[in-house]
Write a protein that binds this ligand. Structure first.
Ligand code: PMP
Length: 332
């Protein structure tokens, strides 16, 4: 094994994450299921990549000037990525987040030095929604730019230019399918577009949680949500600019229970502590592997670390209040 190249700049620690073969999911699907370890980024999530690309894009456009402020509305992980990138480059960050997100994300953002603005959870049509609030704050703050991760395609460019080529290289060009869920859609669209550039026959599948509208959109052309999910960071109700033109060949809908089962199994059997979007992605990858058949090779995204959810996913009381199964080792 060769050691990773030394880096001369902390920002170069973003990306180039390892890819790991997932034993249990591979056995369940009868094929190879590979997980891209995005929790290994400095901010412990896939969103560090989008944060870096968005900031570099704003600098290149001349909208973000030295000492400027980056404002963003986020479920948390993009804010954490932006705060780290901003610290490394001398910018300030103002992060607007729904108050329903995990305590750990709020504490982390404060610890990193971001200014945190909490707003009540509201539908996108409500002007108080965290995305609209962040846009207004950016407009009102002198020297501020709005990162606008949902509709700024610098987000998906991060995955076209980094995640997709990394997966292609790590799988030595032998990949039959890729799947993940969408929050902004940057990852699924960017990796999908990037992999199709290498090989148009790679199957790109959307894995949608309950409560999101994209499954129905790709299945029958109608944006319609059914049910609900406690997964943070995923579940989209509209076609964002990042999702526009995403090459989705097929789609799966995965429940929180199915995702949680993989979160529990990956921790108990393979020593990986992940968030729920990773569990949902793995359940989607198993479904895609079964569809593509024995001997195929499928990749998915392990989006963030489970340490970010100790007060929720890994807390028996919280799981019970949500009516979700409690991991056996938490039940005593
Ligand atoms: N999982 C988690 C935990 C996230 O925070 C996000 C980002 N919102 C995603 C998945 C989805 O990534 P994307 O925004 O690229 O669709």
């Amino acid at each position: 094994m060769t050691a990773p190249e030394p880096r001369r700049d902390t920002l170069d620690l973003i990306g180039n994450t390892p890819l790991v073969l997932l034993r249990g999911p591979s056995a369940a699907a009868g094929c190879e299921i590979w997980g891209k370890c995005e929790f290994a980024n400095p901010g412990a999530s896939v969103k560090d990549r989008a944060a870096l690309w968005i900031v570099r894009d704003a600098e290149a456009r001349g909208t973000l000037l030295p000492g400027g402020t980056i404002v963003e509305g986020t479920a948390g992980n993009t804010g954490i990525g932006l705060a780290l990138v901003a610290n490394a480059l001398g910018y300030k960050t103002v992060i607007v987040m729904p108050e329903t997100q995990s305590r750990e994300k709020m504490d982390t953002l404060r610890a990193l030095g971001a200014e945190l603005v909490l707003v009540p959870a509201a539908p996108f049509s409500n002007p108080g929604h965290f995305v609209h609030t962040s846009r207004r704050l950016a407009e009102e703050t002198p020297g501020a730019v709005w990162a606008n991760q949902f509709d700024n395609i610098a987000n998906r460019k991060a995955h076209i230019e980094s995640t997709a080529p990394e997966i292609w290289e790590q799988m030595e060009g032998r990949i039959d399918g890729f799947t993940c869920a969408a929050g902004t859609g940057g990852t699924i669209a960017g990796v999908g577009l990037g992999l199709k550039e290498f090989d148009p026959s790679v199957t790109i599948a959307l894995t949608d949680p309950h409560g999101a509208a994209l499954y129905n959109y790709y299945a029958c052309g109608e944006l319609k949500a059914e049910g609900s999910s406690v997964a943070e960071g995923i579940g989209q109700g509209r076609i964002t600019a990042n999702l526009d033109g995403a090459p989705i060949d097929t789609q799966f809908r995965i429940s929180d229970e199915e995702g949680l089962e993989w979160v529990a199994r990956l921790l108990a059997e393979e020593g990986l502590c992940l968030g729920l979007s990773s569990g949902i992605n793995v359940a989607g990858a198993v479904a895609l592997g079964r569809k593509l058949g024995t001997g195929t090779r499928v990749a998915t995204i392990l989006c963030d670390t489970g340490f970010r959810y100790l007060s929720t996913l890994y807390n028996a009381d919280w799981l019970k209040t949500k009516g979700l199964p409690v991991f056996p080792w938490l039940a005593q």
